[in-house]
Design a protein around this ligand. Structure first.
Ligand code: FES
Ligand code: MG
Length: 578
């Protein structure tokens, strides 16, 4: 047991000295009804809670935080709740991705500026996981992550519905005139019927799983459905554990290594992850420093080795996260894929990943497939490069129709989202299923914030002909619950003059996933002529957060973090003067 030396606690610098400043801190904490017995000798634990009245995925955090506090008190800590921006995927426009780095900054600065010794991070809805983890890594205090957990399966008239995925599918059926208004309203009421995150293998489930894989959660935490009684029990246990982590000085720096992030990639692949995993995991790893940083090529390399084992929609066609939990959840999956993991990586438990998952069982081999009967042998994600995306673009081969893995077709180019949205409803649009639809100016700067526009709708004309998939290319992201032959994150983006800006409708583009290439069939001379004529679009922001965002956002292949938040940007930030 680590010696419990109160004076060594960071918070004691605020509360302990016999001077006027500390008098102020003590009298102000007593103003809230606390007595010295509440804090003297106890680690102060910040609970960074991303609850809000407009975040249906975090509804339960208002109560759940009480379970966390109970655990902290039981273990001899002093809990303080510090709310942070909530980033509800469903409501925040133009995209939560515009604000992921803002949450990361808020988390870092909340922890740095307050008298706290450790942190519990409460998130789950897509960007909240990377935002909280990025901020906590940079702040450097011992931190544990509590995933919100997935909601229950959707249900409508006995039909199981999955977040996002089924909405897109059924919307196409409705556009094709096959679903009535009444049925559609029934789907609306049945597809999200409890609190918790999207329960497909979308970005939320992917990122919560990655947080567990890199060691930031208690074992099994990411798979527990939000309404399950095990969720408050896990929350209280996380509260108890963080207090000991403070005494053990188990900081992110001491815990996370390159191996942790490689485990994150491997698990993402086996889960059949959201494409958003790439941009977030890259950003998280870069926060931990150059030694930990992973990049696109690491994803591609793992994708070639690691089979997709989780038979969860949208890569799978049947099961949802609730089924994944009953089948053994992430500990079961990680135990099964142990040969692809670095089992000596450290975790918040103080034990290695291997120790955490030893003996974890699987109860349904159809939900979590065996290594010799995977959902896909390889190919959760692939990184394509070529003259149109020299810094890379990504595709999820496991979620697209096989004929598009090798395809040449004419481009149909849209410069912005509204014109594309209007055009696809035009019955006279000059488009065939062979076309490659291109949406540009939707990247980190152009979107702004890389909105999830990358699953361009199939033109109405083709939907009526029965077409349900075609190749699409953009510098945007797509929702983790999306599917289809969508090539995303093309870098550098069109808005800053990336080659995507030079494509014209009718140009041929060749995609070859096996060769990891994407090529615009236009000569270098012609491209040079087009480049000379290219004009930068007008600036999106002249003031405010957006202005700062535009000045400092990096491209997708670097994780779309702000340059000034990277560890290499300047000298480390010290402790505040008190
Ligand atoms: Fe919150 Fe999908 S909307 S996780
Ligand atoms: Mg999403």
């Amino acid at each position: 047991m680590t010696p419990r030396n109160y004076e060594s606690l960071r918070s004691a610098r605020w509360f302990d000295p016999d001077d006027l400043r500390s008098f102020g801190h003590r009298s102000r904490i007593m103003q809230m009804g606390y007595a010295p017995t509440d804090w003297v000798g106890k680690p102060v634990i910040a609970i960074i809670n991303t609850w809000s009245d407009l975040n249906p995925c975090h509804t339960h955090f208002k109560q759940r935080v009480e379970d966390v506090k109970r655990g902290i008190l039981q273990a001899g800590g002093f809990p303080v709740e510090l709310p942070a921006i909530s980033l509800a995927e469903a409501f925040v426009k133009p995209t939560t991705m515009l604000y992921r780095n803002m949450l990361a900054m808020e988390t870092e600065e909340l922890l740095r500026s307050h008298p706290v010794d450790g942190a519990v991070l409460m998130g789950g809805c897509d960007k909240t996981t990377p935002g909280l983890v990025m901020g906590a890594i940079s702040a450097g205090l011992p931190s544990i992550y509590i995933p919100a957990g997935p909601m229950l399966r959707g249900n409508y008239n006995g039909q199981i519905l999955g977040s996002g995925s089924d909405a897109w599918k059924l919307w196409d059926e409705r556009r094709a005139g096959k679903i009535s208004k009444t049925e559609w309203i029934g789907v609306e009421g049945g597809i999200a019927r409890s609190h918790g995150t999207c329960m497909t293998m979308g970005t939320a489930a992917t990122m919560m799983g990655i947080a567990e894989a890199i060691g930031m959660t208690l074992p099994g935490a990411s798979s527990i459905p939000a309404p399950d009684a095990n969720h408050p029990r896990m929350s209280a246990e996380s509260g108890r554990r963080i207090v000991d982590m403070v005494w053990e000085d188990l900081t992110p720096k001491r815990m996370l290594s390159r191996a942790s992030f490689e485990n994150g990639i491997a698990v993402a692949m086996a889960m059949g992850c959201s494409t958003n995993a790439i941009v977030h995991l890259v950003a998280m790893s870069r926060r931990a420093g150059p030694d930990c940083a992973v990049g696109l090529d690491d994803f591609d390399a793992f994708s070639r080795r690691v089979p997709v084992l989780a038979n969860i929609r949208p890569s799978g066609d049947k099961y949802l996260m609730e089924d994944f939990y009953y089948a053994g959840g992430l500990p079961g999956l990680m135990n099964r894929m142990g040969q692809y993991l670095q089992l000596d990586a450290a975790t918040v438990t103080g034990r290695s990943l291997g120790e955490n998952i030893a003996g974890a069982q699987i109860f349904n081999d159809d939900v979590i497939r065996t290594l010799d009967n995977p959902l896909y042998k390889e190919g959760a994600l692939a990184v394509l490069r070529g003259n149109i995306a020299p810094d890379g673009a990504v595709i999820k081969p496991s979620a697209c129709a096989p004929q598009f893995l090798k395809h040449t077709g004419p481009a149909l180019v849209f410069d912005d989202y509204p014109s594309m949205k209007a055009a696809v409803e035009d019955e006279n649009l000059d488009v065939t299923a062979e076309h490659i639809m291109v949406l540009r100016n939707a990247g980190p700067q152009g979107g702004p914030g890389m909105p999830e526009w990358g699953m361009l709708p199939i033109p109405a004309k083709l939907v009526k002909q029965g077409v349900r998939d075609m190749l699409r290319l953009s510098d945007a992201r797509m929702s983790g619950t999306s599917y289809g032959a969508c090539i995303l994150h093309a870098a550098p983006e069109a808005y800053i003059g990336g080659p995507l800006a030079l494509v014209k409708t009718g140009d041929l583009i060749t995609v070859d996933v096996a060769a990891r290439s994407i090529h615009l069939e236009v000569s270098d001379e012609e491209l040079a002529t087009r480049r000379a004529a290219w004009q930068a679009p007008p600036k999106r922001f002249e003031r405010g957060y957006g202005w700062m965002f535009s000045k400092h956002i990096m491209q997708a292949d670097k994780g779309a973090d702000f340059d000034f938040l990277e560890t290499t940007f300047g000298a480390a930030i010290g402790e505040p003067d008190i």
